[in-house]
Design a protein around this ligand. Structure first.
Ligand code: ADP
Ligand code: ZN
Ligand code: MG
Length: 388
């Protein structure tokens, strides 16, 4: 039985969600040229060159670090790393993509299968980001600093059934990308972009027609757009207007807290994908030492959770604070070491850390994480009854 099913007025509805998540990779340079990849650059059009401006006759040279970053993510989630891989041209016209096509991957993504937080991953491929367009009242402006920035796209299977699970997945991916050091993945800066696919069916054995929601700039907006769509579709079913549920792209409007129809969905056929003849094919297993990449992986979030639970026996909630904030995690580990990993003292230290230390840090942006040794000593005094 599908979890997340919804009972309304005696009828049962089955929502299904699949996610498509883009993340800009934090490489030094862009995907196919030597321009700086700098999301913080505020002056428009300074990180540009003939390649990322799509001047005729220029040739793309793929960024090996970007490919390696996607491989790192794939290995972390236990996915298959393709041996054969190639780049394709995805053809469409828009001012933010002046070549008339985006270099992407179609048939041979670098990564396929794998799971993250219990959600099955279909694929992860690599592509180039588009330029940034800004629409004013009487003009549209295009900033090419972002054009050609390496962008990974992760697609999940349609196996999510509620907004909460979808948001949790997005946060777990963000944490993984940061832990691996491959992306900054700030949603509000557009470094990570979540698109949600939502459908609702009245039959547990078939999917309903899906819509795709874009323009989502926070995890909470992702969750709200899912709930909004589920509710909108159920209302259409209830009104006998299910034929009005059509496959389309919708946008999230933060002001109105709702979605609106943008355009009917294009098919992959419309893009006339074909292998980019300017870029060589790859045999990734020969180009990269996959074993070595795997061995050099830092401790992954779920490994850290397990170790903290086992070594310290602290609450899951506390563990989450240390896993999501690396500096706090390091502080806590140092405190635990100072306390010789004595479980009772460590638990007390964790209580003070997650309540008082985090509270003080949140209240004052100038506040610094305390010295772990001093803090450990203070906890020791408390345990010995030397201070209240
Ligand atoms: P498209 O051809 O429209 O791009 P895909 O099959 O490639 O569709 O899937 C795109 C995304 O939509 C994936 O994340 C997938 O899990 C999700 N998806 C596919 N079918 C459904 C559905 N019926 N309901 C919700 N999500 C779906
Ligand atoms: Zn360039
Ligand atoms: Mg698709």
């Amino acid at each position: 039985m599908i979890t997340g099913m919804i009972e309304r007025n005696g009828k049962t509805y089955y929502p299904t969600i699949g996610l498509e998540i883009h993340a800009e990779l934090a490489t030094e340079t862009k995907m196919f040229c030597a321009c700086k990849n700098d999301a913080d650059e505020t002056r428009p059009n300074v990180n540009t060159c003939p390649v990322c401006m799509a001047h005729p006759g220029t040739l793309p040279v793929p960024n090996k670090k970007a490919i390696e970053s996607v491989i790192k993510v794939g290995l972390a989630i236990g996915a298959d790393i393709a041996n054969f891989s190639e780049f394709d041209r995805k053809n469409y016209f828009y001012p933010d993509i002046p070549k008339g096509y985006q270099i992407s991957q179609y048939k041979y993504p670098i990564v396929s299968h794998g799971t993250l937080g219990g959600v099955e991953i279909t694929r992860i491929h690599l592509e180039e980001d588009t330029a940034n367009s800004k629409h004013l009242d009487d003009a549209s402006l295009v900033d090419f600093n972002r054009a050609g920035v390496p962008l990974m796209e992760l697609v999940t299977e349609p196996v999510i059934h509620d907004a909460e699970t979808a948001m949790k997945f997005g946060k777990e991916l963000q944490l993984l990308l940061r832990t691996l050091g491959v992306a900054h993945a700030n949603m509000e800066k557009g470094e990570m972009r979540v698109e949600v696919n939502v459908s609702v069916s009245t039959d547990p054995n078939t999917f309903g027609t899906k819509v795709e929601v874009k323009n989502i700039n926070s995890f909470s907006a992702a969750g709200k757009s899912i709930d909004y769509e589920i509710d909108r579709m159920i209302k259409l079913y209830e009104a006998g207007k299910e034929s009005e549920i059509v496959q389309e792209t919708r946008g999230w409007d933060d002001g109105k807290q709702g979605t609106y129809s943008q355009r009917s969905k294009e098919n992959s056929n419309d893009y006339r994908y074909f292998p980019d003849p300017d870029i060589p094919k790859y045999h990734l297993h020969e180009m990269f030492d996959l074993e070595a990449i795997k061995k050099s992986s830092p401790e992954l979030p779920w490994e850290k959770r397990e170790r903290y639970a086992k070594d310290y026996g602290i609450k899951g909630e506390d563990i989450e604070s240390y896993v999501t904030d690396q500096r706090l995690g390091e502080f806590f580990e140092a405190v635990a070491k100072r306390l010789s990993n004595d479980k009772e003292s460590v638990r007390l230290a964790s209580n003070y850390t997650t309540s008082d230390v985090i509270g003080l840090l949140a209240k004052d942006s100038e506040a610094k994480i305390p010295c772990a040794n001093c803090f450990g000593e203070l906890i020791e005094f408390a345990v010995q009854g030397k201070v209240s």
